[in-house]
Design a protein around this ligand. Sequence first.
Ligand code: NAD
Length: 248
Amino acid sequence: GILDNKVALVTGAGSGIGLAIAESYAKEGAKVIVSDINEEHGKQAVEKIKSEGGEASFVKADTSKAEEVEALIKSTVEIYGKLDIACNNAGIGGEQKLTGEYGLDSWRKVLNVNLDGVFYGCKYQLEQMEKNGGGVIVNIASIHGTVAAPLSSAYTASKHAVVGLTKNIGAEYGQKNIRCNAVGPAYIETPLLESASGDMKEALVAKHPMGRLGTSQEVAELVLFLSSDKASFMTGGYYLVDGGYTAV
Ligand code: NAD
């Protein structure tokens, strides 16, 4: 596979987009660290990857806690000897309220997971990758890294910030053989959207010129490309996989 002999880490890999990314990495030959705050889902993901012939191990971590992320990178190196690829995928949607009514705690929680968590990931991954002599990071942003999500200010702000963080890393690490890019999926069929009502889902579908939501696999294909040597001249970028959502 295109990731033979690579060691890859995926956060939030117990479900949805992260699970599809972890499976794709493993299918392409990488040894994968599946990390999640949800131990049951993370362990199930490892079993699924192994049953598909891949190599994976579960390491529990809450990405919103710096010390747990630092320990996660340490464990990765202890288990598989190095870190070549990291996908910072763990994220939450958060409360839905007008900005003037948005709860202070809700705001902090979303920013803590979606932004602080990605920063902690990048910080400790970069440190490790510098020791390795190189590496690749892919941060999962959203279309809301460039357009609004009415009633989800915290989410929009956090994803715009992830795009900015990614650009900065691209600028800083260009000569250190470390590439970092962000991905902007539109609405994807995942457990994150399961709570949405039928009407809400229909309204969401209507915002995509392609007339449907995306699949986790369609996001994983882009992440896989960016994580591989095929994307060897790509860093600091933000790439959409959005069925045309942001084009209209
Ligand atoms: P999901 O809820 O299906 O999966 C998210 C996973 O992250 C879960 O397994 C959860 O346990 C884990 N997680 C949550 N908080 C965590 C924490 N603090 N530490 C570690 N793990 C944690 O969601 P998804 O739809 O697969 O979303 C994955 C990423 O993709 C998120 O960053 C999300 O913002 C982004 N995204 C999703 C969509 C969509 O429509 N589903 C669209 C654009 C971007």
